[in-house]
Structure formats: structure tokens, C-alpha cells
Design a protein around this ligand. Structure first.
Ligand code: ATP
Ligand code: MG
Length: 329
């Protein structure tokens, strides 16, 4: 647990320990702080995309409530790696919830992290436990997708949505890590890092650490390399071919580019999609291309051949190119 352990991943080393360390979600934090101050903590439900601080927030709340000393006795933490069937609700959760603590006054906390992995039976069994033992225990359920939780559980909790973090919110925290670790990062590297993180703080720290470890500096090129994402200039070149060259030329050159850079078609697809969205194309051909790209993504995910799907991309562009009078860039 200590931050001094050498080799600790930065996501853990820089996990916020106090509510004050958390970036963003100020309204959520101040609301929870009020609950705590008034000693009226309800059952909580945190949901939202990965790496936005859900687990960190509840751990910080629990540490604030009990201090490090009593944390273990007062908090039961279960995540997706623990069994999530009805058995756990009837044994471990029920045991913990039904016994008052001798160590500390007040309620205990049960954290059910990644609770969307709980079976429906387990969720149904949890309903009663949540109601019956509210005096002894408060639940904090955490998940990525609300839809996987039965409505009865949702209605027993106060819900908080953790939105993806904005670049402006992530930047100061990343700069803090950059300073602490003495990282050599340039502007282009930082911008790309923030873009690829897509609001996921965990991803940004992982990319930062991997780039720093592998190359001792963080630039745009290095971030592309470490993440295995195609370089933006390569994608622009590829788009240029697709819009202007014949089918054979496109297939050969794109294949070569992918081999040279160790790219999978799926990686290319994501960036190509962005490029098509931004391209100056008439609406209908653009819509056709986007729809083809979506089909290809689906086919690749169910195991279709990369070679043939690449040909489908090239063919789609060729068709579109022939339906509009002149298209450059
Ligand atoms: N709001 C935040 N403020 C500061 N650091 C953050 C924040 N959100 C995430 N982080 C960083 O990212 C790491 C992962 O965050 P956390 O485990 O809280 O994410 P999560 O929302 O629970 O994600 P998941 O849904 O994948 O479980 C933390 O250890 C921390 O380093
Ligand atoms: Mg989590």
C-alpha cells in the first residue's frame, strides 16, 4: 500500500488518498462531504466510464470516515475478482452487514466494486440485505453501466455519475506526476496523451509510465509507438491514397504501411473513422463510408479476415469516389 514501494504502477502510486486530491466531480465530492458531516450517508451508487475516479472516491471516503487504522475492520471491499453469485450475498455480505462493530461507533461500509458483474439472483438477494441492515451498514455500489443493475437496487441508492474527465481537468494531475517523476515530456506528447486517454485518467497515467520507461522521454511519436496507434500523418497519407489511387495500389501500400508499423486493421479503422468524419465529402457518400466502416469493425470483431476487410475498405472508397465528380483531399 505504501507509495514508497519501488515499481508500483503510477495509477496506484498516485491514487488520490483524500477527497481533496481528487480532480473534478466537485459537486459529487461536496455532496458526499455534506452527507458525512451530517452523518447521513445514504447507500451510494457510482457509475460511469473507466478511470474516472469511482473506486478512488469511495476509498477516500472510507479512509476519511475510519482512518487507516480501522479501515480493514469497518470496510468490506468486494470486486469482480471475488465470487459474485448469490452465495456471497448470503454468506460474506450478510455476515458483515448483520454484525455491529465493536471497534468503532456507527455504520460500516460495504463496497461492491464492479457490481455490474453480480448475477441477477445476487442482486435480488441484496435488496433485502440493503434494507434490513441499513443501521449497521451502508453500501456503495460501483459500476460502468447502470443498465446491468436491477431497478430495485438502483432505487435504494443515491446515484452519482462520474463523467469522463476533461483535458483541462487531467492536465494539472499529469503535470504533478511529471514533476514528481522528473519526466521529460514535450507539448506534442502531452497533447496526444490527453487525446488518447479520452477522459480516462488511468489510461493517461499508464501511457505516461510506459512511454517514460521505454524511451525516457515522451513525445508524440513515442506515444504513438507505445500505444500501438497509427501516426496521424500516416492515416492522412492513407486517406489520400484511398481517395485518389487505384484499388491495387491502395491495398499494397496500406498493407505495407501496416506491416512496417505493426498495426492491426482495427487500429487503422478507428483513426480512419475520425478522418472520414472530418473529410470534406458530400453527406451521402460520407454516410455510406461510415456505415461500411462500422460493418467492418463488427466483422473484424467476430473474426473476419483482415485481408478481405481491407479490400472492402478500399472498395468502398473506390465506389464513393466514382459517385462524386471530383474529390481531392
Ligand atoms: N478524479 C480523479 N482524480 C485523480 N486521479 C484519478 C481520478 N480518477 C482516476 N484517477 C487515477 O486513475 C486511477 C484509476 O482510478 P479509479 O480506480 O478510481 O477509476 P474507476 O472510476 O474506479 O475505474 P473503473 O471503472 O475502471 O474501475 C487512480 O488510481 C488515479 O491514479
Ligand atoms: Mg474502479
Amino acid at each position: 500500500m505504501s507509495a514508497k514501494i519501488i515499481g508500483l504502477p503510477w495509477v496506484e502510486k498516485y491514487r488520490p488518498n483524500k477527497l481533496d486530491d481528487l480532480i473534478s466531480h466537485q459537486e459529487i465530492i461536496s455532496t458526499i462531504q455534506k452527507f458525512i458531516d451530517n452523518q447521513q450517508l445514504p447507500h451510494l451508487l457510482f457509475y460511469g466510464p473507466p478511470g474516472t475516479g469511482k473506486t478512488s472516491t469511495i476509498l477516500a471516503v472510507a479512509k476519511q470516515l475510519y482512518g487507516v487504522k480501522n479501515f480493514k475492520k469497518m470496510v468490506l471491499e468486494l470486486n469482480a475478482s471475488d465470487d459474485r453469485g448469490i452465495g456471497v450475498v448470503r454468506s460474506e455480505i450478510l455476515n458483515f452487514a448483520s454484525t455491529a462493530s465493536l471497534h468503532c461507533k456507527g455504520f460500516k461500509v460495504i463496497i461492491l466494486d464492479e457490481c455490474d458483474a453480480m448475477t441477477r439472483d445476487a442482486q435480488a438477494a441484496l435488496r433485502r440485505v440493503m434494507e434490513k441492515y441499513t443501521k449497521n451498514v451502508r453500501f456503495c455500489l460501483i459500476c460502468n453501466y447502470l443498465g446491468k443493475l436491477i431497478p430495485a437496487i438502483q432505487s435504494r441508492c443515491t446515484r452519482f455519475r462520474f463523467a469522463p474527465l476533461s483535458k483541462d481537468q487531467m492536465m494539472p494531475r499529469i503535470n504533478h506526476v511529471v514533476e514528481e517523476e522528473g519526466i521529460n515530456i514535450d507539448q506534442s506528447g502531452m497533447e496526444l496523451l490527453l487525446k488518447l486517454a479520452e477522459g480516462d485518467m488511468r489510461r493517461s497515467l499508464n501511457i505516461l509510465q510506459a512511454s517514460h520507461l521505454a524511451f525516457n522521454k515522451v513525445t508524440e511519436d513515442i506515444v504513438y509507438k507505445v500505444t500501438g496507434r497509427p501516426n496521424r500523418n500516416d492515416i492522412r497519407k492513407l486517406m489520400e491514397w484511398l481517395l485518389n489511387q487505384d484499388i491495387k495500389y491502395c491495398i499494397e501500400n496500406i498493407q505495407e504501411l501496416m506491416i512496417e508499423n505493426g498495426l492491426a486493421l482495427n487500429d487503422v479503422l478507428t483513426d480512419l473513422y475520425e478522418e472520414v468524419c472530418e473529410a470534406d465529402l458530400p453527406e451521402i457518400p460520407k454516410a455510406e463510408l461510415l456505415s461500411t466502416l462500422a460493418d467492418i469493425e463488427y466483422r473484424l470483431n467476430i473474426g473476419a479476415s483482415e485481408k478481405i476487410q481491407l479490400a472492402v475498405i478500399v472498395a468502398a472508397f473506390s465506389k464513393v469516389r466514382n459517385t462524386v465528380p471530383r474529390m481531392e483531399e
